[in-house]
Write a protein that binds this ligand. Structure first.
Ligand code: SF4
Length: 372
């Protein structure tokens, strides 16, 4: 047990261990990399949203307690059986990026974009899972995992797919094969992940206009390959080229790795970029004595630094910034939901309405079938 815990935190932690033991195989605790250490120490699996969604799909536990944010728990509910319950320890733990694209806004944009581009809606296809012919041109929706279940359902019904930061390139390739050579992808809600992935696939940023609700596109949609929703992550957009330059002045032999939710200039100035799991593997692969600047959420960076005392690991942002909603999962909330599960209650259950389960499941299953 972590000796740095206060007496109160230690008592909570010990109680969580007891409750976990009581619930035994009925319980699975999933923890995202951005959770604090006093939560992570109780997780059966620690991972990014892709890995955790796979763990949820493979689990037969009766109760899945998701220490992450709301959209992750929704995806877990969609991927698990009706006999399983997904619990979010604090119902206020949402994601500001996911909130930047509502179903109403996307539906309105969808109609406008189809009208402006003359592209077809894949909902008209009899086999939307198959690649289309060269003469066809569709608008294929792709949503980042960080979105509501209602949007995943929209995407599933319109022949689209979900992606995570681990598999975005494979997912975009899938989508282009179904959009056709003259078709396009509507990517939401994170403009930066879409732009960074498209650029890495050789697509000019001129062919990736941004779409802002009530305003429209940043430039002509004619010939566009990826239309990027205007959303962003308030944590990752803080990482800048200037921070990387300052790090390189202090550590001329150092290396920099950032997350693809960072702006494209930041990604280009870094030595490497990738998902949270990629960043972990990158740091692991560096030799002892390395100096590594990391552009992602501080809880994860601090954990990496503790795990690698032989390397200098620091967050690029001196104004240390945790994800405020991930931080809402306090151990006291975890203890509380476990107490109530032991008493036979199912608190804070996340249930996706049956009316949107089918489309969302389809979009998620398409994603899970694609290799990273
Ligand atoms: S780090 Fe950004 S994208 Fe991830 S949950 Fe927090 S606000 Fe959302």
């Amino acid at each position: 047990m972590d000796t740095t815990l206060s007496p109160e935190e230690k008592a909570i932690s010990e109680r969580i261990v007891e409750l976990k033991a009581k619930l035994g195989d009925e319980l699975l605790i999933l923890g995202h990399h951005y959770q604090r250490d006093s939560i992570v120490m109780h997780a059966d699996f620690l991972g990014d949203s892709f890995m955790l969604s796979q763990k949820a799909a493979q689990s037969s536990a009766k109760y899945i307690v998701f220490c992450g944010v709301h959209f992750m728990a929704e995806s877990a509910d969609i991927l698990t059986a009706d006999t399983q319950s997904v619990v979010l320890p604090n119902l206020r733990a949402g994601c500001s990026m996911a909130d930047m694209a509502t179903l109403e806004e996307v539906e309105e944009a969808w109609v406008d974009i189809l009208h402006q581009t003359g592209l077809n809606d894949p909902i008209l296809r009899t086999s939307p899972d198959e690649p289309c012919s060269e003469s066809e041109a569709y608008l294929v929706p792709v949503t980042y995992m960080n979105s509501s279940a209602a949007l995943k359902d929209f995407v599933g019904r319109h022949g689209g797919i979900v992606c995570t930061s681990s598999n975005a390139e494979g997912v975009l390739q899938w989508a282009f094969e179904r959009a056709g050579q003259n078709g396009a992808v509507l990517f939401f809600p994170d403009q930066h992940l879409g732009r960074n992935t498209g650029a890495n696939m050789g697509i000019s940023t001129d062919l990736m206009p941004t779409w802002t609700p009530k305003i429209g596109p940043s430039s002509s949609l004619q010939g566009a390959r990826i239309i990027l929703w205007h959303g962003f992550c308030s944590v990752h957009k803080r990482f800048t080229v200037s921070q990387i330059e300052q790090f390189r002045v202090r550590y001329p032999d150092g290396v920099v790795v950032v997350h693809p939710e960072c702006p494209i200039e930041t990604v280009h100035a870094a030595d490497a970029y990738g998902s949270t799991n990629f960043i972990r593997d990158y740091v692991n692969s560096m030799p002892s004595g390395s100096q590594i600047g990391v552009g992602t959420e501080i809880n994860m960076v601090a954990r990496l630094a503790a795990e690698h005392p032989d390397k200098h690991i620091e967050c690029l942002d001196a104004e240390i910034c945790p994800c405020s909603t991930m931080y809402m999962i306090h151990p006291a909330y975890l203890m509380d939901v476990l107490e109530r599960l032991c008493e036979g209650e199912v608190p804070n259950q996340i249930t996706v309405p049956p009316s949107i389960q089918q489309g969302a499941l389809l979009a998620l299953q398409r994603m899970l079938s694609i290799p990273k």
